[in-house]
Design a binder for this molecule. Sequence first.
Ligand SMILES: [Zn+2]
Length: 558
Amino acid sequence: MNFKNKRVSRWQTLLTALLISFLLFGQTATAQTTALAPAKLSATENSLAEKISVSTIKEITAALAAPEMQGRGTMQPGGDKAANYIADRLQKLGLKPLGDKGTFLQKINFKETVFTPDTMFKVGDESYKFSNDYAFIPFSNDDQSISGEMVFIAYGIQAKSINRDDLEGIDVRGKIIVMLDGPPANIPKEAWEKNNAKFAILGSLVKNGVAGIVVVPHGREKDSNEMVIDYLSRRQISMSGEQSQSFPIPPLVMASGKAAEKLFAKSGTTFKDALKQAEENNFKPIKLNQSAKVVKKSKMTKGAGSNVVGYLEGSDASLKAEAVLFSAHYDAYGMENGKIYPGAADNALGVAEMLAVAEAYSKMETKPKRSMIFLAVTGEEYGLYGSKYWAKNPTWKIKQVAANLNLDGIGTEVYAPVKTFVGFGAEHSSLGAMLADVSGTFGIKVIPDPIPDEKIFYRSDHYSFVEKGVPALMLLGAPEGDPKKWIDRSKEWEKTDYHNIGDVIRNDWDWSGAKTVAVVMGIMGLRISDGATMPEWLTTSRFAKLERGNSKEIPEEK
Ligand SMILES: [Zn+2]
């Protein structure tokens, strides 16, 4: 899953808003319970299920997560190696190439941006350590160099209604502002967001000429500053055609708790005490009596990566022009500073499950009526780039893409036998009822998105196809029982191993769950393939007016 850190993306959104005066805030998705409709599998479906091989899933997951694949980084040799491996597998299954010039690879030009050693956050004589103590909240790739006196302004709130002025008596021009990411504990988050408080605060700081902003933690963050700093300091990948915009926004530094403590060394108070004061409406700005220098310098390199795509031709003379599109991203965070990010659960496992489905179809005596496309995309972790690229440069007519089934895992399907499914996007199209129907035959319960706040529906590759009007579903398998149990486990894992060096294959993985995911996806693919008509958006969905291939504005979520 793509790491759209809510804190970072909100900063970015707000900053964009400041300059182009529009604001995008999502709201919680509504989910509906899908009723179980017990049914039976056909003989063909049963035989397909038998053809889905656990050993194929294990073998491919292990191969992709192996050290030789170096974390399958976009624009890195490990990524190319993984792409060739997947292409080779598709070819061996007898699939036809659907990439560039009769190959299985669709090349995408990327650029990589890394911060150079000149990058600096220096306070007095002490230089803080990039990626440990601080990182930059990305907005533009502009090199910047600023310095100034530091002043702590708590949350930067100026509101007569609560008799609070965090900037009282302070001229912020040319200063480096040290601040907290609101709201304070005594202001509800909803009210804060409804009033676009951060937008107003940032807008006023930028307008009044601050030299830079340093965000320090208050300790109630859902994602700690340290965790966000780890992400922000990794290499950044973007599409090579994407112009990085240049905006007159001062550098935004995110600092760790440890670094924050040192900022207060000469202030006459401690960081801890300053945090206490920050929660009071009578807070007054604190001069830190130290100046800082911030240098942001990055280096850009051009390169390329590839999607891998092949198809199995349908058996029906006319329906074979239409296709079911399976997708899973094969990239992980690659290799950086000697660390390998193996991405076993995210998403070697998803690719393996998808390829096990391809293998099963390839062994069917009578092939499905519509064609089956298997697309392993790159660049997902950095912004769904591979899927967006394919959607923009499709190698199959989008009008004839019946549906998309996507896999992008956090490994919940290997906790235990799969007895629960979440279909992200199920409430939007006829694929939801199909999932309930197929799952029902296995006694598997389909539940609505249990973590709508995470906005997972928008965070993986299927969404690139949704934007093109293709009904899509992302499948997530999980154990039986109270979802809270496995969600808690996955949240714990997210904190420690997700997108990190610990995302490896574990001995306690229950591979039967991975098979169940592949079986249910395979049978759904078969039903879509053989269906009289292509899947449709539900009239109740906000995507209802979208048509395949006709880009229309997607209405805001209600
Ligand atoms: Zn992922």
